[in-house]
Write a protein that binds this ligand. Structure first.
Ligand code: ZN
Length: 254
């Protein structure tokens, strides 16, 4: 296997020196339980796959993108009581992000896309704070929301449900237990109406909400659904990367 020049972990100094990278992609996952049947690195593996597939398409269209190593720790403050769910606080994430942005800025890579793979991560406020302090253009996306999942799945689910399970069946079936061993991902509802209706938000204490750590039923998952959805997601993200590569952020509003 030859190194893919758009995957930093595979690239070498010879490739890097010769390549005018303009857009960096930072996938950001989490390390947490995903029902009984999916591995703890599910969000990391999904991020790796989405980022690589998107960057490949963008690269083939001439965009000089580079996927940075995926950050494996997400915000899991609602899962601290679940064994080996490893939390990284938002303030720590902000410091990590700042350090990486300083490196990129010094090295002249002035566009950064955070490709988020975990529902507990939210980079928008960090970007609002950091953006005025750097010349690096900062933006973020959640890979699982950039294409409407409804046409692809019966019931996409929230965490380790049909969407995530299908994607994992496609990209890492060897790391999964059979679906017969998965829980149904049943979610207990909040007793307060406003929380149930969603117009008041509070982080969910995960072990009160789900018995099997999943939220969303994985029963209808298939690798074909995962492949179709991942292809659509990668195509959409790639088109953004290509456009971003060709755009000067200083003049991008007209
Ligand atoms: Zn997940």
């Amino acid at each position: 296997m030859t190194p893919r020049p758009y995957i930093l972990a595979e690239a070498n100094w010879k490739i890097v020196v010769a390549t005018d990278y303009r857009v960096a992609v930072l996938p950001w996952g989490a390390t947490e339980a995903h029902n009984y049947h999916l591995p703890y690195a599910t969000d990391v593996i999904e991020c790796d796959s989405v980022a690589a597939a998107s960057a490949q398409i963008a690269w083939e269209h001439g965009a000089r993108v580079v996927v940075l190593p995926t950050v494996p720790f997400g915000v899991n403050t609602g899962q601290l009581d679940i064994k080996l769910c490893l939390n990284m606080n938002p303030s720590t994430q902000a410091e990590l992000l700042r350090d990486l942005v300083v490196s990129l800025e010094r090295q002249g890579i002035l566009k950064l896309v955070i490709l988020n793979g975990h529902g507990g991560n939210d980079f928008r406020q960090m970007i609002r704070e950091l953006q005025p302090q750097t010349r690096v253009f900062l933006c973020s996306l959640n890979w699982w929301t950039c294409v409407d999942p409804k046409p692809y799945f019966d019931e996409p689910g929230d965490h380790a449900g049909e969407l995530e399970t299908s994607v994992m069946q496609h990209v890492a079936p060897e790391l999964m237990l059979p679906l017969s061993e998965a829980g149904n991902g049943g979610q207990k509802r909040a007793s307060i109406a406003a929380l149930r209706d969603g117009w008041v938000w509070a982080p969910r204490p995960w072990s009160l909400v789900s018995a099997d750590t999943g939220v969303g039923d994985p029963a209808a998952a298939t690798p074909e659904k995962g492949a179709r959805f991942l292809d659509a997601v990668a195509a959409r993200i790639a088109s953004f990367l290509i456009e971003l590569d060709a755009t000067d952020p200083a003049t991008m509003y007209d």
